[in-house]
Design a protein around this ligand. Structure first.
Ligand code: ARG
Length: 262
């Protein structure tokens, strides 16, 4: 693992607050084991590489649709170095790799999440608004762009997490009025989280089927008791995990994975 805090490109990162590599590796390994052994998910691993410490955040590699990867165009030069590695890996795995024709920024699943057949797309801090048209064309789907309003929640997946057809976790304060309206119309049963929970990255959670037959949610362990109760009441089994080393880079559970298909 080459994960470290080597630069500051979001408000959570500080060169003065370094990640502990051994602890980061242990936390990542626990996440991997939980997903594969306990929850039975099929996981492929993007090989680590030196000089690209944020490559662990695979949600930003692009957006997968079928056997196609719409590859990210990272905003910051520090992360643009990941692009050729991502492209090579996906080609070798047999994916068709599509680059956006425009020189617009796009940070993949970090800013693009499916709600049923609609793609919700967050823009401003990492992805550019015009990308929504190209996404709609390539995917043949409805894409709803919403502007992100709080730089602490610079990717859509830091403040919004679709849970199933009906529910989603979200922090309303991360959106402007229009964005809040879009989400309220789209989501029948939204679960809004407090600013405190949002700052612990609870929206950056991984929803997946639970082996018991219900729904599972993998989330950073800092979530409040009241949110845990609300999730339990909605039928979610919460799997809390200490991911503190990754919070130092402004990421948590969801950032560490990319959905590769049903
Ligand atoms: N340090 C990384 C960055 O700022 C964290 C990425 C988090 N990824 C995410 N999908 N929210 O780009």
């Amino acid at each position: 693992m080459h994960y470290t805090i080597a630069y500051e490109i979001n408000p959570w990162m500080s060169l003065k607050r370094q990640a502990n590599r051994a602890r980061a590796l242990a936390q990542w390994t626990r996440l991997h084991q939980l997903l594969t052994r306990q929850l039975g998910a099929r996981v492929r691993l993007l090989p680590p590489a030196p000089g690209v410490p944020d490559l662990v955040f695979t949600a930003n590699a692009g957006l997968v649709s079928g056997r196609t990867l719409i590859r990210s165009n990272f905003r910051h030069p520090e992360r643009q170095r990941e692009e050729p590695l991502i492209e090579r890996y996906f080609r070798r795995q047999g994916f068709r790799v599509v680059r956006l024709s425009s020189r617009c920024d796009f940070e993949g699943e970090g800013d693009a999440l499916w709600v049923g057949r609609t793609l919700l797309f967050g823009f401003r801090f990492r992805s550019d608004a015009p990308v929504h048209e190209e996404l709609a064309r390539v995917l043949g789907a409805r894409v709803l762009p919403v502007e992100l309003a709080d730089r602490r929640f610079y990717h859509l997946d830091t403040c919004f997490c679709p849970l199933d057809g009906e529910a989603a976790l979200w922090f309303p304060g991360a959106f402007d009025r229009y964005g809040r309206r879009v989400i309220e119309r789209l989501i029948a049963a939204p679960i809004s989280v407090s600013e405190q929970d949002a700052a612990r990255f609870v929206c950056n959670a991984i929803p997946l089927p639970d082996p018991s037959g219900g729904r599972a949610l993998v989330v950073h362990s800092g979530l409040s008791a009241s949110l845990r109760r609300r999730l339990a009441r909605r039928g979610f089994r919460v799997y809390p995990l200490d991911l503190s080393e990754f919070l130092k880079a402004g990421g948590s559970a969801k950032c560490l994975v990319l959905t590769m298909g049903p």
